[in-house]
Write a protein that binds this ligand. Structure first.
Ligand code: SF4
Length: 430
């Protein structure tokens, strides 16, 4: 049997697409093996959000050929889309695919087998107008299903290459989403996470349903117990949107709202289209609507021109709004973006210091958030097991750890939340 190994870098959308590529290989008679193992084909789904993403992508492409010098190595994804020539120059790479046509990778591999000619299939993503359907019936080792329903972004934040890697906004047809979710529920999935590159833009290109309509339609599917939304634009949450979401029983009150900076001047240079006060209003509105809302975020430190005063404004803002989890990133310059041309580069040491300060604040806020739930009874969907220890998440995304002799994976069970342990809470079944 032919063997394929896949490796994913980057975001949840890439994770979803790798699952879909995996399924297209298994449907064509391939056995899926670990990336470290000997395979006939290696697919690396690359990422270009940071320089580290580029570097790691190159490393994995080279590594694949080391494991099997005769293997066919495919570079796909955002880095391949943005820098196809750079990728094609890597000797170990045989096939280059961008962010579209990922569903055709098996065909490209078959063509390569006939000609043994290095091929670059990257096309002009800016002219792609259709959402590329990629079916998934099964997710390997998972109980929650990520569902990509939107692609592309037209926001052009000044530091970000993604609009160039992913192209214009494209949305998946609502019937196709519904059918896919019905199939996943039949296969035992209880939770879906709606994902996209700029998911609040869902439907803009179709001129029909919007994201809230999608949530409402999916909530009618019997057996689907949880609907979660992935990382989303903060300004999407108007009062009307929140009221409609509140009426959906299966909607999980977990909001990942990328803030990036709590200082208006920095936000302006980043081309984020809100002020810190507007973000705060959204946070308040969400908390007024959902008592148990968990609000998480991404922050960039060391953006060009970020002075000590600007960073202090961000720190002050974050200590006031107290989010339940912050992902801190040190600014990474991306060639071709507006931010790369800005003056006032921040010294790497300073970036490191700022990152450390915010990481400490994050740990404090995370514990404060979890403390509010100690002693409470909450429903947990269990996902993983390791030697009798099960791990799962509450609706508002608190990690729960429980020891049990019976298998809990895939079940939603009531638990009492007892003690904080690291980034989660140790619980007991009720
Ligand atoms: S919203 Fe901004 S950060 Fe997010 S993908 Fe679009 S351009 Fe990049």
């Amino acid at each position: 049997m032919k063997k394929v190994a896949l490796y994913t870098l980057g975001c949840r959308v890439n994770v979803y697409e790798t699952e879909a590529i995996t399924e297209s290989f298994t449907k064509n008679g391939y056995e899926v093996v670990d990336f470290e193992d000997f395979a006939d084909v290696y697919v690396i789904n690359t990422c270009t959000v940071t320089n580290i993403g580029d570097k790691k992508s190159r490393k994995m492409l080279r590594k694949a050929k080391k494991i099997n010098p005769e293997a066919i190595v495919v570079a796909a994804g955002c880095y391949a889309q943005v820098s196809p020539e750079e990728i094609a120059e890597i000797e170990e790479v045989d096939i280059v695919v961008g962010t579209s046509d990922k569903s055709k990778i098996v065909d490209f591999v078959n063509e390569y087998k006939l000609s043994s000619e290095k091929k670059n299939y990257v096309n002009n993503i800016m002219s792609v107008r259709e959402f590329e359907e990629m079916e998934i019936d099964e997710y390997h080792d998972k109980t929650r299903a990520f569902l990509k329903i939107q692609d592309g972004c037209d926001r052009y934040c000044s530091y970000c290459l993604i609009p160039y890697a992913r192209g214009p906004v494209r949305s998946r047809d609502i019937d196709s989403i519904e059918n896919q979710v019905k199939g996943l529920v039949e296969n035992g999935f209880k939770e879906v996470i709606l994902s996209g590159i700029h998911i609040s833009s869902y439907g803009k290109d179709l001129g029909s349903e919007n994201l809230v309509d999608v949530v409402e339609i999916l909530s009618k599917i019997e057996g689907l117990e949880r609907i979660r939304i992935g990382s989303i634009e903060p300004m999407f949450f108007s009062e009307g949107v929140l009221e409609r979401l509140k009426a959906v029983k299966s909607f999980c009150p977990h909001f990942h709202l990328s803030l990036q900076s709590g200082c208006d001047e920095t936000l302006k240079r980043m081309n984020r289209r809100y002020t810190a006060d507007e973000y705060r209003e959204v946070v308040d509105r969400i908390r007024d609507t959902f008592e148990d809302a968990a609000i998480t975020t991404d922050i960039i430190v060391g953006f060009p021109g970020e002075t000590d005063e600007e960073f202090e404004a961000t720190y002050k803002f974050l200590s006031e709004i107290k989010l339940s989890k912050m992902h801190i990133f040190k600014y990474s310059e991306r060639k071709g973006t507006k931010a790369a041309m800005l003056s006032g580069k921040v010294d790497p040491k300073k970036k490191e210091e700022r990152s450390k300060i915010l990481t400490e604040l994050d740990e404090k806020c995370m514990v404060e958030f979890m403390e509010k739930y100690l002693g409470r009874e909450m429903k947990v969907l269990f996902e993983e097991e390791k030697e009798g220890i099960f791990m799962g998440y509450t609706e508002n995304y608190i990690k729960i750890i429980i020891s049990s002799d019976t298998r809990l994976t895939g079940k939603i069970l009531s638990c009492r939340l007892n003690n904080i342990s690291g980034d989660g809470i140790i619980g007991e079944l009720i």
